[in-house]
Design a protein around this ligand. Structure first.
Ligand code: ASC
Length: 156
């Protein structure tokens, strides 16, 4: 019984410790995954942005729901930028993502931190707080894009 428990614990430990790259069979799968997470994040951030800019009526409940989605999505893309995922399908990842990995990681962490502030602001239901936090999120998106996103898609 003891060894069975030990075996089960080992399997559980291995499953969580598996390198993230094991989640994708080929670079194309990782690229699609990170692009999808960023696309969904941008869509739901855009709904909050529209409210923050007065282009859509303010709906506190919708803002809070969208902020949860943004905050969930914000954590996902980064593991899919593993080594060798610069090519596989057209994408806009710059070589600096890998050559300046520490700066890229810092940019992703900055964005996650700004998104957490947006989530807190949205939960408060205060439109002014949401506006301020959305500005912070947008700034962190832009900073990372300026440094790490190419203007044009790669050929493959
Ligand atoms: C968005 C979105 C981005 C960022 C960026 C901010 O709504 O889709 O990529 O904000 O445009 O500069």
């Amino acid at each position: 019984m003891k060894s069975l428990l030990l075996a089960a614990a080992t399997v559980a430990g291995l499953a969580t410790a598996l390198p993230a790259a094991a989640q994708w069979q080929k670079p194309e799968d990782a690229i699609k995954y990170r692009q999808s997470a960023l696309t969904v994040m941008a869509n739901h951030f855009g709904r909050i942005g529209a409210m923050a800019q007065g282009k859509a009526p303010f709906d506190a409940k919708a803002a809070a729901e969208n902020a949860v989605i943004v905050s969930d999505m914000a954590k996902l893309p980064w593991a899919a930028f593993g080594p060798g995922t610069d090519k596989g399908m057209p994408n806009r990842a710059k070589a600096e993502i890998w050559s300046d990995a520490a700066k890229f990681k810092a940019a992703s962490e900055k964005m996650i931190a700004e998104v957490a502030k947006l989530d807190a602001a949205a939960k408060s239901g205060n439109l002014d707080a949401i506006k301020a936090a959305a500005g912070g999120v947008g700034g962190s998106c832009k900073a990372c894009h300026d440094d790490f996103r190419a203007e044009k898609y790669s050929a493959n």
